[in-house]
Design a protein around this ligand. Structure first.
Ligand code: SF4
Length: 434
């Protein structure tokens, strides 16, 4: 099969993996415009400063020996199979890179022959890219479950980020839908990647202290990183969870995400609403609600950036309220904690007010050093007052809706409440991706 045909198949096979962001746009060049977009193949990722970069997103092979029911590349699915050699992939990447089509590579693979063989080929590819082709762009590489840890360790030295996809939020789901994988085969490489990342950071910090050229990531909640770390998988690890393929509730899913952030220092958990890609009787016939996916991302922000513990806003067997963003939903269920006084509430408390996000909480804390704040100051800071005003006092005065039922209805109807936990557009695109 021609290389172009194989690339088409392999990039289409990679598009279901959202553990790096993808645009999904498909627009041909009309002749009077510059460039075009493709639904698969080149995807977009975000750096920590919010810059959008394009990646070649591709599989080494879609010829899988495993049979995960939710996956288009599974053994029992009757699809066209293709593979690409390390040499071909290096040439393709360098060709795209030199022509400025891409700024990096997202390389994954089905398990072909066996996990070790697959990991060896992936390792050979990234090693050749770095050492022979001298490719200095971004690389995000998949770690293959069940692969030899020594291969994963070697591969980590050549790439910026690695990921192992959990896919299913519970062990029961894994047993039912992906029997070739085990909880251990996923968590073990995750733990290994976490150790590699932390050791690298420690070493970089140490070198920096000694003044021998190490790099430390120094940042504050409103600032940009001042220096980039330079060590194996310096951009950390991510994972993907498929939502709606199993009956697992949002509470269980978020509890798992929280554990992954805390135990394995994940940079990001991606939630992918289940889409039927076959006719397996073990799976729902309809796609999962994408609004659910959106609410899970918002709840994930509460854990990562707003200092919430999952247990504070959801129980394990319960789903999120899809009609309200999770922070507003929490606030309405905890009205005994409001209103808070804008002129003396601690930063952590300000963060919990619907309509006040990370940047504005910091702005408020900083501005208070120069004097007491009034309504006009909050307007100038672009606090989303139509929401926040119901949960704060300003110099002891309350300007919001006092009646709980009225407030609840107002929040349900408030047109932009979907975005209410993100008070700043620039910050809302910071996805944790490099
Ligand atoms: S191992 Fe990966 S590629 Fe293979 S069937 Fe499972 S999810 Fe799909």
């Amino acid at each position: 099969m021609e290389l172009a045909e194989r690339v088409k198949i392999l990039s289409a096979g990679a598009k279901y993996d959202v553990s790096c962001s993808s645009s999904g746009s498909d627009r041909k060049n009309t002749g009077n415009m510059i460039g075009d977009t493709a639904a698969c193949g080149i995807c977009h990722s975000f750096t920590e400063d919010g810059r959008c970069i394009s990646l070649l997103k591709i599989l080494m092979s879609n010829d899988c020996v495993f049979d995960c029911q939710y996956c288009v590349n599974r053994r029992s699915n009757d699809i066209q199979r293709a593979s690409i050699s390390p040499q071909e992939l290096c040439e393709l990447t360098m060709g795209f890179y030199r022509r400025n089509y891409i700024e990096g590579l997202f390389l994954s693979s089905a398990v072909f022959v066996n996990p070790d063989h697959t990991m060896e080929i992936l390792l050979q590819t990234v090693k050749t890219l770095r050492e022979v082709c001298l490719f200095n762009g971004y690389i995000h590489l998949k770690a293959i479950p069940h692969a030899d840890p020594a291969l994963i360790d070697q591969a980590s030295r050549y790439v910026d980020r690695m990921s192992v996809n959990i896919e299913l939020p519970s062990e029961q789901g894994l047993k039912k839908l992906a029997p070739s994988k085990t909880k251990e085969s996923i968590l073990k490489p995750m733990k290994q990647l976490s150790d590699i990342y932390l050791n690298g950071q420690e070493l970089a910090n140490h070198k920096n202290l000694l003044g021998v050229g190490g790099n430390v990531l120094i940042s504050d909640p409103v600032g940009k990183p001042k220096q980039k770390p330079n060590h194996p998988i310096s951009a950390g690890q991510t994972t993907q969870l498929i939502i709606g393929a199993t009956p697992d509730a949002d509470g269980t899913i978020l509890k798992l995400s929280q554990a992954l952030y805390r135990l394995y220092r994940l940079k990001r958990v991606y939630y992918s609403a289940y889409m039927p890609v076959g006719n397996s009787k073990l799976l729902p016939s309809a796609p999962a609600n994408t609004k659910r996916e959106n609410r899970l991302y918002q709840a994930d922000w509460l854990i990562r950036f707003y200092g919430f513990d999952v247990d504070e806003f959801i129980s394990p067997e319960v789903n999120l309220n899809y009609d309200l963003d999770p922070k507003t939903d929490w606030a309405l269920r905890n009205m005994d904690k409001f209103p808070i006084e804008i002129n003396n509430a601690p930063y952590e408390v300000l963060l919990r007010v619907p309509g006040i996000g990370i940047k504005n909480a910091w702005r408020i804390v900083r501005a208070r050093k120069s004097g007491r704040l009034g309504l006009e100051d909050l307007k100038r800071m672009k606090v989303v007052l139509k929401r926040a005003i119901n949960f704060i006092t300003i110099d002891g005065k309350f300007f919001g809706i006092r009646n709980y039922n009225q407030l609840n209805n107002y929040m349900l109807q408030e047109p932009n409440q979907q975005l209410s936990i993100f008070d700043d557009q620039k910050l809302s695109i910071v996805t944790g991706e490099f």
